[in-house]
Design a protein around this ligand. Structure first.
Ligand code: M6R
Length: 366
């Protein structure tokens, strides 16, 4: 059932070209310039006219929500708040009938997310769900929604569910942006074609994991890791750190790269590996200077960069290249090497990657 792979997690990492393709199938129609999402668009008016969107989730699903914040604000120009379901539900949040809530959950059974949905529903909000498990409690509790078609995810560390969530959220953001008339037509069409090419690009990136293995070998005994990213790739830094800590038990923290100087920079010395997510983007020069700050303190830089980047290659200790893509979709690619890195490190440390200690696949307790 592991399809020849040593672990479910590795199988699920390698399934991503397919799971994203399955998630986009029938929804993304680049030749016709269309995005079709039946389940969501029963409530189309609500979301297109929303004055704000609140996104709730836990763990990795919350990270997908953070990516969506950048997508919805940048493309659709709708203000977004992303909340941990557990904090949202207990703080007497201000919610009205005008609000649109998007709940994200792979399992569809996370207790805190379910309770947050019930609360928002009582206050009259319209709730969309993005779940992977068909017929799950969250899928049933929401007004409308879209499934991620990632297929069953067995590994406790979420991998293919995350990229499928981001793919669905990208579809929603593009469709809403289009309906609101806030995107240039040519840019919209360019993005549809680009999104369609993502599975192929991931396939290419998965052809070899030699670089991730090599880096894992060198840093598997580190006690701490720092992950830095900016903009669309700030949530990827959080996700990379979560993946490493949950399966390898190495302490890891993700930060927006610009926050480094407000505290975490004090941690940097020659024993600190710093993973910097630095594909070509609007903030490229800024991240280059963040890398210089790490190097000036003898930190070890592992940089995830766009194909052929020579500037960062000269500064970093190691680089992992990703395929070229639009900045808005870059999280779908930059996530992949971080999954592989945490997987290999955990295996090399002898950890049970599919069933890490103290964790369950779905957290049905509050
Ligand atoms: O099933 P859900 O997406 O609601 O689960 C949320 C979190 O429990 C989950 O993402 C958790 O953080 C994973 N172990 C992360 O890999």
């Amino acid at each position: 059932e592991k399809g020849g792979y040593d672990h479910f997690m590795l199988k699920e990492i390698y399934e991503q070209p397919k799971s994203i393709r399955d998630t986009l199938r029938g929804r993304l129609l680049p030749e016709q310039g269309l995005i079709k999402m039946g389940g969501v668009f029963e409530y189309r008016e609500k979301i297109v006219n929303a004055e704000r969107i609140i996104i709730i989730g836990c763990g990795t699903s919350w990270h997908a929500g953070l990516v969506a914040e950048y997508l919805f604000e940048d493309l659709a120009r709708i203000p977004v708040e992303v909340e941990y379901a557990s904090e949202f539900r207990y703080r007497n949040p201000v919610i009205t009938e005008k609000d649109v809530v998007i709940a994200i959950s792979q399992s569809g059974e996370t207790a805190d997310t379910l309770a947050a949905i019930k609360l928002a529903k009582e206050k009259g909000a319209t709730i969309f769900g993005i779940c992977n498990v068909v017929g799950s409690s969250i899928a049933r509790e929401t007004h409308a929604g879209a499934y991620t078609h990632a297929g069953p995810e067995i590994g406790v560390a979420s991998t293919k569910a995350f990229t499928a969530q981001v793919a669905v959220l990208a579809l929603m953001a593009l469709r809403i942006a289009h309906d609101r008339g806030v995107l240039k037509q040519s840019y919209y069409h360019q993005l549809l074609t680009e999104l369609d090419s993502i599975p192929e690009k991931i396939e290419k990136m998965l052809e070899s994991d030699a670089q991730a293995r090599h880096i894992s070998e060198l840093y598997k005994d580190a006690q701490n890791f720092l992950y830095l990213g900016r903009g669309f790739n700030f949530p990827v830094a959080l996700e990379g750190a979560l993946k490493l800590k949950e399966i390898s038990y190495i302490h890891a923290e993700g930060y927006p790269a610009a926050e480094m100087k407000h505290g975490p920079i004090a941690l940097i010395d020659e024993n600190m590996p710093v993973v910097v997510i630095a594909p070509k983007s609007g903030q490229y020069e800024k991240i280059v200077s963040n890398i210089q700050e790490v190097k000036a303190r003898n930190g070890k830089v592992i940089a995830v960069v766009s194909n052929g980047d020579s500037e960062i290659a000269r500064m970093a200790d190691h680089v992992i290249e990703i395929e070229e893509t639009a900045e808005v979709f870059s999280p779908l690619l930059t996530t992949i090497p971080l999954q592989l890195l945490s997987y290999h490190i955990a295996v090399m440390r002898g950890c049970n990657v599919d069933q890490p200690r103290n964790l369950a696949k779905s957290v049905t307790v509050e």
